[in-house]
Design a protein around this ligand. Structure first.
Ligand SMILES: C[S@@+](CC[C@H](N)C(=O)[O-])C[C@H]1O[C@@H](n2cnc3c(N)ncnc32)[C@H](O)[C@@H]1O
Length: 246
């Protein structure tokens, strides 16, 4: 198989049955998703009925979707008052998400994220979460511009991903964790090893947090800010948030 034949969605299809078990071994994975989801919920402009329409782009097996629902409940809102569309290019990952039990108002769609956004009217969603998505999207500027277009005034986007560009320490930590832990674990857990090698190279070659912030600003989003996390993910895992001016 050449690099050209390798299709990311197919690799996620192959990894889907073991995806939840793999991320369960990643310290802080769910807590960090929850922090990103809390930032999104805190920035949602609720309508007069106190409801919100949210997209979880690259929702995968639903870990980030569950984080959104948990953040919504922790903020004191009723579970039926949020509508979430989880969108993912991998049918296998969406299949894993659909196997789980969800409250009313959830919808899971197999689609490329940019193509899905292009089907939506202007100013039609209150919030967008993209957890571990941006790095995987070929046309990142199109994604960010489409997100800015579909957000209502006052709406919020949160992007959460690995980025090590510009930090020698973060690059060294990422290489060590991937070579010593993540790729060997993928083999032990019988997950998709080429996907986990791609995880290493895609993060190694991904843009910096400053570049991501600049993308959001160039798309007209404001109040752009970012944070990282404790532990080995310090300077490696980042949450970037921004909003459409009200
Ligand atoms: C690492 S998983 C993250 C899943 C979930 N957000 C989480 O935090 O656990 C990345 C997901 O993005 C999806 N993905 C990658 N590129 C995509 C694209 N262009 N459009 C939609 N989904 C995409 C993959 O299929 C995969 O399920």
């Amino acid at each position: 198989m050449t690099a050209h034949d390798w299709v990311l969605a197919d690799a996620f299809d192959r990894a889907a049955p073991t995806y939840d078990a793999m991320v369960a071994l990643s310290p802080g994975y769910h807590e960090q998703l929850r922090t990103a989801a809390d930032a999104l919920v805190a920035g949602l402009p609720l309508d007069e009925w106190g409801t919100a329409r949210v997209l979880d782009l690259g929702c995968g097996s639903g870990a980030s979707t569950q984080a959104l629902l948990d953040a919504w409940a922790a903020a004191g809102y009723e579970s039926g008052s949020i509508a979430v569309a989880g969108v993912d290019a991998s049918a296998g990952m969406i299949g894993e998400a659909c196997r789980k039990t969800w409250p009313a108002g959830m919808d899971f769609v197999v689609s490329d994220a940019v193509e899905y956004l292009r089907t939506l009217p202007d100013a039609s969603v209150d919030g967008v979460l993209g957890a571990y998505l941006l790095r995987n999207v070929p046309d990142r500027q199109a994604l960010v511009e489409e997100v800015a277009r579909v957000l209502v005034p006052g709406g919020t986007v949160v992007l959460h991903d690995y980025s090590v560009a510009g930090s020698r320490r973060a690059r060294a930590v990422w290489a060590a964790v991937c070579h010593a832990v993540i790729v060997p674990l993928a083999a032990i857990k019988r997950s998709d090893v080429p996907l986990h090698r791609y995880l290493y190279t895609s993060v190694r070659d991904f843009e910096s947090v400053a570049d991501i912030c600049r993308r959001l600003q160039e798309a007209g989003l404001t109040d752009v800010r970012h944070r990282s996390y404790r532990g080995w993910q310090d300077g490696v895992v980042h949450t970037v948030a921004g909003g459409r001016p009200a």
